[in-house]
Design a protein around this ligand. Structure first.
Ligand code: BTN
Length: 256
């Protein structure tokens, strides 16, 4: 268990969340709580943080497990100033924001990898996940980052890591302030300047050029990941050499 999160230190770095920060030692899920706040009128910049979640949610109905105090678990509410058509782009925005924050604050020379659509990896192991949801007219960005986790549940131990395991020590307050800053900055570019965000994703993308398997709907596919298109969809070359784009996919595995 690392040091308690210091809300006042965080707010001194990120005043945009002043008066909108909800900190809990334990909560079911920061995203569930943020959803209730939004339904009761919570505004952009509302931030829910928990040291521990009893029912943390991941994508596709998965659980997100994290020992108390070893991570950063939070949900940020955004009131996007862009066309609702583009709100789903916040998943990609959040991944790029986390990568930039780690690389800018880490004292080590670390290469953060992004696994489309929204997982963050270091040295081919997952260190953070993103769950983006739209509630009323707000975008809720739920993020779980393994900061100083040493012991992972057996079923994920081979594919999960934490920042400290990779030799990265960060001040959680400063780190969170930087992520929030990056999300707001990059989020404002998610309509007209989305090409820049795609380019940033490409710099960190761990799927490009790789042969992968993935699920789309109930169908399992295999193909070579070529790039993201201008909308943030994954472009795949299938074995018969046809090119297809996928807006959504899950259970992506890199074969070679
Ligand atoms: C994934 O990788 O499947 C996404 C994981 C997202 C987990 C975070 S932890 C904070 C927020 N609250 C939740 O219940 N889930 C997200």
């Amino acid at each position: 268990m690392q040091n308690k999160f210091h809300s006042s230190l965080f707010l001194s770095h990120q005043p945009i969340c002043e008066g909108k920060l909800h900190y809990f030692a334990e909560l079911q899920s920061t995203s569930d709580y943020a959803k209730q706040l939004v339904q009761n009128g919570a505004d952009s910049g509302t931030l829910v943080i928990a040291e521990h979640q009893t029912s943390g949610r991941g994508r596709g109905g998965n659980q997100w497990q994290s020992p108390a105090g070893d991570g950063l678990l939070f949900t940020l509410v955004i009131d996007p100033d862009i066309d609702p058509l583009y709100w789903s782009r916040f998943s990609i925005v959040a991944g790029v924001a986390i990568a930039k924050a780690i690389e800018s604050l880490s004292k080590n020379d670390v290469k953060v990898q992004l696994k489309w659509p929204n997982d963050v990896y270091i040295n081919n192991k997952k260190c953070a996940g993103i769950l983006t949801e739209i509630v009323s007219d707000k975008v809720l960005i739920g993020i779980g980052i393994n900061v100083s986790t040493t012991d992972f549940p057996e079923q994920i131990a081979h594919k999960a890591t934490s920042l400290s395991r990779e030799g990265i020590t960060l001040d959680r307050e400063l780190f969170l302030a930087e992520i929030v800053k990056q999300i707001f900055t990059l989020g404002s570019m998610a309509d007209q300047a989305f090409a820049h965000i795609i380019e940033m994703h490409h710099q960190q993308c761990m799927l490009r050029g790789k042969l992968i398997t993935f699920l789309s709907g109930d169908q399992k596919h295999i193909g070579k990941a070529l790039r993201l298109d201008s909308q943030g969809a994954l472009v795949i070359e299938l074995p018969d050499q046809t090119i297809r784009t996928y807006m959504e996919a899950r259970d992506i595995l890199i074969i070679e």
